[in-house]
Design a protein around this ligand. Structure first.
Ligand code: MBD
Ligand code: FE
Length: 284
């Protein structure tokens, strides 16, 4: 960890920023009324069963109500849901995929990052430049290994202190975010820095929930990616680092063995790693 002076973003601050971003998106699903009814019925039944099984009391019920209100007022629903629930939704999606394994998007994706050429460096500060440089290269292909023209690699990650730009006031808007346009064969070589493990903010209701379960608030260091190409199914995923702390106990349960990088230290003092992405054909 670096020891730069930073204003600690609070859970409420980063949580509500994630809520504001999410509210700007239009969300819809083509779920039939019958399917909505079936899911709602089962969800309610599962929760009621927990209450009966544990003999939940009135005081406990009121504490639950207050906690739910706090999560909403603190803007932490995107954080809470993406940490504890999204991995199951991703597991459902993964059932129908053959290409590169996906992982959860998390609360800190921002669309429309600056476009960068296939060989590029992510926007970073001078202080970021002092960290271990990571040169990340590879190719986007179809399931048969053919390179894909016009493939796009969107990459975003935390800095060495674990903060994401646009969710911490001290960082430039697009720090460590980019939309890389690959070459005609889907190749890219992106220079960035090694990210640090990420700690879920502990000072809000999500932090209180983690503590209540005797859990820890850490995610292993990771890169977030959305890889896409014309006529292909885009994949939202994350890449982790071999030997990294918290790899075996990610609070968000979002690691997969296929998504672990093993960079090698080069003579140039930089870490180098290759990872290729394979995209499924766009389905209906
Ligand atoms: C993150 O950086 C993240 O990736 C997830 C899934 C949840 C909270 C913070
Ligand atoms: Fe993350």
């Amino acid at each position: 960890m670096t020891t730069t002076e930073i204003q600690n973003p609070t859970a409420a601050g980063s949580g509500s920023a994630a809520t504001d971003k999410f509210k700007n998106e239009r969300v819809s699903a083509d779920t039939s009324p019958e399917r909505v009814a079936a899911i709602a019925k089962d969800a309610l039944a599962a929760l009621n069963q927990v209450i009966l099984d544990h003999g939940v009391t009135y005081p406990e019920y009121r504490v639950l109500k207050q906690w739910l209100i706090d999560v909403g007022e603190g803007g932490e629903w995107p954080l809470f849901l993406d940490v504890f629930i999204e991995h199951s939704v991703e597991e459902v999606l993964a059932r129908s995929r053959k290409g590169t394994k996906g992982s959860i998007e998390g609360p800190y994706y921002v669309a429309d990052a600056p476009e960068l050429p296939s060989v590029c460096e992510l926007p970073m500060r001078d202080v970021d430049r002092k960290e271990t440089v990571l040169v990340f290269s590879g190719q986007v292909t179809d399931l048969d290994g053919n390179g894909l023209d016009s493939a796009i690699v969107e990459l975003w990650h935390a800095d060495a202190d674990g903060y994401y730009s646009q969710f911490a006031d001290h960082l430039p808007e697009w720090n460590l975010r980019g939309k890389i346009i690959t070459d005609s064969e889907g190749r890219y070589e992106i220079t960035t820095i090694q990210p640090a493990p990420y700690q879920i903010p502990t000072d809000g209701p999500t932090g209180a929930f983690i503590e209540a379960q005797n859990g820890h608030p850490w995610r292993p260091a990771h890169l977030h990616l959305i890889v896409s190409a014309p006529g292909k199914e885009s994949v939202t995923t994350q890449l982790y680092f071999d030997g990294g702390e918290w790899l075996d106990s990610d609070v968000a349960m979002a690691t997969k063995p296929e998504l672990i990088l093993s960079p090698t230290a080069g003579d140039d003092g930089k870490n180098h790693v290759t990872y290729n992405f394979t995209l499924d054909p766009a389905g209906e």
